[in-house]
Design a protein around this ligand. Structure first.
Ligand SMILES: C[S@@+](CC[C@H](N)C(=O)[O-])C[C@H]1O[C@@H](n2cnc3c(N)ncnc32)[C@H](O)[C@@H]1O
Length: 299
């Protein structure tokens, strides 16, 4: 239940929360992110005019706001889960602890796909074919692909029913239900009908080595789904399946594109080289020069 509070009281709350954020090593802007999500106060008013406002309508009670903020401070719950949404490319995506919070780094995967199609002699076949987002989570990549390739059909695979429920919400939010089909199962298992028919396999799979997981920041390891992160002993368990099984499903000239962790570029290249089925294998680095994506074409 919502509540109306005076601007002065909310300004006081904000001031204290920002100081607590600072002391806890949390970006103080997260306080405003939370406040904007539960009120209709814009950022300028929050920063400059809050205390002059007679009353501010909150969608939750001040006690609930405080409870959420304490979850952020004490349990390190990511602000995106507290708000229930995150921006990603041009979308505002619903997120819950059932899905990985889509990262800004992953946004580039859509531009890489666009660029690869543009460079392909088969660009029309690729752009109008069937694409798969493997491990769709919130549906971020599937939505991005549907937007980038308006004539393609998109399959969004995940083994988690809870994740697919979140993806479904996001797909409906952007009226893309007729373009994106959700498939529950492990990697290619639900795609038996698509052997030799896919234009592209795109994925941000789990790729963190199991032994590295405990070193991740508490926001990630204590709150994001382990099944979205854990890539097995060497981090490559899922990338290995995606690389070795995709050729059975891709059309000749079809695109294989996956995100990975810094340092995995040569191992993923080797996986793709085995069997000699891929060509034009390319590791793409991020702005800091770390390998981040690998792209290849099926011969
Ligand atoms: C790193 S998250 C990526 C989520 C989303 N695509 C993104 O980029 O934000 C990996 C996703 O793969 C899913 N996943 C893990 N193992 C899987 C499997 N064997 N088959 C299908 N999906 C799987 C997880 O549930 C999770 O949603």
């Amino acid at each position: 239940m919502g509540e109306q509070v005076s601007g002065a009281d909310l300004a006081q709350w904000r001031k204290r929360a920002r100081a607590e954020a600072h002391a806890a090593g949390i970006d103080a802007q997260e306080v405003d992110w939370l406040l904007r999500a539960i009120s209709n106060v814009d950022i300028l008013t929050l920063r400059l005019g809050l205390s002059q406002r007679a009353g501010v309508d909150l969608e939750v009670s001040l006690a609930d706001l405080e409870h959420r903020w304490q979850q952020r401070l004490q349990q390190r719950v990511p602000v995106q889960y507290l708000v229930g949404e995150t921006p990603w490319r041009q979308f505002s995506l619903r997120v819950s602890p059932a899905v990985l919070i889509p990262r800004p780094e992953t946004e580039l995967i859509i531009d890489l796909a666009l660029d690869a199609v543009e460079r392909s002699p088969q660009r029309d076949a690729l752009a109008t074919g069937t694409w798969v987002d493997m491990g769709t989570g919130s549906g971020a990549i599937a939505l991005g692909l549907a937007d980038a390739f308006p004539k393609a059909n998109i399959l969004a695979v995940d083994q988690s029913a809870d994740a697919l429920a979140v993806a479904q919400d996001n797909i409906q939010r952007y009226n893309l239900a007729d373009r994106i089909t959700l498939c529950q199962g492990s990697w290619f298992q639900p795609l038996a009908d698509y052997r030799g028919k896919l234009s592209a396999v795109v994925s941000n799979p789990p790729y963190i080595p199991s032994g590295v997981l405990p070193t991740l920041q508490p926001e990630v390891i204590a709150h994001e789904p382990t099944t979205a992160l854990d890539g097995g002993p060497d981090g490559l368990a899922d990338l290995r399946i995606l690389a070795t099984q995709a050729p059975d499903y891709l059309i000749p000239g079809g695109l294989w594109l996956a995100e990975m962790m810094a340092g995995q570029g040569s191992a993923v290249t080797e996986l793709l080289n085995q069997g000699g089925i891929y060509r034009d294998i390319q590791v793409i680095e991020d702005l800091a020069g770390r390998d981040r994506f690998t792209l290849a074409l099926r011969r």
